[in-house]
Design a protein around this ligand. Structure first.
Ligand SMILES: C[S@@+](CC[C@H](N)C(=O)[O-])C[C@H]1O[C@@H](n2cnc3c(N)ncnc32)[C@H](O)[C@@H]1O
Length: 431
């Protein structure tokens, strides 16, 4: 696993050290024990810590979740960064005027807080996971700014707003400090501009699309993961109770595990998947069965005549469909099923996918940990979609995790405990 994670951790630790060293150098360069009031040290430390926290937050945000940022939010962020830089320039230009200088520095810092509030407001509506991170970041930044202001005001009094008092003198050390401030701000700006590139570097944190993800997962999909393990334990037992005669659609068939399990001499199976590599695997393990494999997504269902299937099966697929696609998928299932035909869906717990494990995780053939984007669907939203598509009565099962599951997949123990409903399954019959 986790050579990639170790590499990322190393880069993070290194970046923390570089940022801390740079911030400390900044404080040291600005503080002149011979001429400065002792409170000035607090001031410079405040600026340094703030710079460090801003850089650190920008770096870790970009390498973990920047890809989820909507373009307008990124634009707002870049604008606030540009404004911050602008006020820093003004602060430096006003080095002969302590009051103005301080005012500009304060405006720059306040802009950080505004940016945090913007991000919190945005993430509250889209992701509990990112929202919680941002609330933490906001309180950290706010405390820093308060500490900074608290240190600055006494400093101002101590400086007595003396006419001609200077905060910066144009010696080499201050030149260096100026260059440093510009460099870090420009670096931060670049980090945001090149977020995508940084994601590619820190591979383990990239969220892949289902197309990219399953292509990479296909060579060793067999190695599975905890969710597949729990899901199969449950779904195999449900299959025993289903009538598997006639024609059955296996949507998102993956490597053909279920297509093979439900294939009978007396039935005909159509297996659809959006990933050609997965379908190749499926064809290999299902040779000899009457299975028609087809490459495609929800749109592929449009060409299928009404009432042509006796059963529709989709295991662990709907969390890769956005809300609108899920709605379309379920309504197409309602259309292509004959009256009396069954539909079976299995899905991952929405709370788990939203807050605990917001992606599908696997280890690729090279040993890199990879993550695929998921779109969690609450039980009520799936039941709603099914009901709107002509399945008024659904047999819902929530599958609790057992001690054996946790023994088989020890990583799961860090996230949930015995009894947590990891998988939901929906079984319905078209009236
Ligand atoms: C977790 S795997 C499950 C495979 C199989 N149903 C099983 O349970 O072993 C999800 C599968 O859904 C497929 N998939 C994801 N999004 C899809 C879409 N929009 N249309 C068709 N297949 C999709 C992926 O390619 C992948 O093979």
């Amino acid at each position: 696993m986790d050579s990639d994670i170790a590499r990322l951790r190393f880069v993070r630790i290194l970046s923390h050290l570089v940022f801390i060293a740079a911030a400390a150098a900044f404080a040291w360069v600005f503080y002149h024990p011979d001429t400065d009031h002792p409170l000035a040290l607090l001031l410079h430390c405040g600026i340094a810590v703030n710079l460090w926290s801003a850089l650190q937050a920008a770096f870790s945000f970009t390498t973990t979740c920047g890809h989820k940022v909507k373009p307008w939010l990124r634009g707002a962020n870049l604008t606030s960064m540009a404004a911050i830089m602008f006020f820093c320039i003004l602060a430096m230009a006003a080095k002969e005027h302590p009051c103005r200088h301080i005012l500009f520095v304060h405006i720059a810092l306040s802009l950080y807080i505004i940016w945090d509030i913007l991000a919190i407001k945005y993430y509250k509506s889209v992701s509990v996971f990112l929202y919680e991170r941002y609330v933490l970041l906001f309180w950290a930044d706010l405390s820093l700014v308060v500490v900074f202001f608290a240190g600055y005001i006494p400093f101002l009094y101590a400086a007595g707003f003396k006419k001609g008092a200077t905060i910066m003198t144009p010696d080499t050390a201050h030149m260096f400090a100026n260059i440093f401030v510009f460099t870090v701000l420009i670096a931060e700006l670049l980090v945001y501009l090149y977020a995508e590139f940084l994601f590619r570097l820190s591979k383990s944190d990239i969220l892949l699309s289902p197309e990219q993800g399953y292509r990479l997962w296909a060579p060793n999909y067999k190695s599975g993961n905890a969710i597949i393990h729990v899901e199969r334990r449950h779904t195999l037992s449900v299959l025993d109770s289903l009538s598997l005669d006639g024609s059955i659609l296996d949507f998102g068939c993956g490597d053909g595990y279920y297509a093979q399990s439900i294939a009978r001499p007396a039935n005909r199976i159509m297996a659809i998947d959006q990933c050609s590599q997965m379908l190749e695997n499926a064809r290999a393990i299902c040779s000899g069965f009457n299975i028609d494999f087809s490459l495609g997504s929800v749109d592929r269902l449009r060409g299928i005549p009404d009432g042509s299937f006796d059963g529709v099966f989709a295991a662990l697929v709907i969390d890769h469909l956005r809300d609108g696609e899920l709605e379309l998928f379920v309504s197409e299932c309602g259309r292509i099923l004959r009256s009396g035909g069954w539909i079976y869906l299995s899905d991952v717990n929405a709370y788990y996918e939203q807050s605990i494990h917001p992606y599908a995780r696997f280890v690729d053939a090279k040993g890199y940990v990879r993550k695929i984007v998921v779109y969690p669907h609450s039980i009520s939203s799936v039941l709603g979609a099914l009901s709107r598509s002509g399945f008024p009565s659904i047999d819902l099962t929530e599958v609790p995790v057992t001690e054996e599951d946790l023994c088989a997949w020890p990583d799961l123990r860090d996230e949930i405990s015995v009894g947590f409903s990891l998988i939901s399954s929906y079984l319905g019959v078209k009236p």
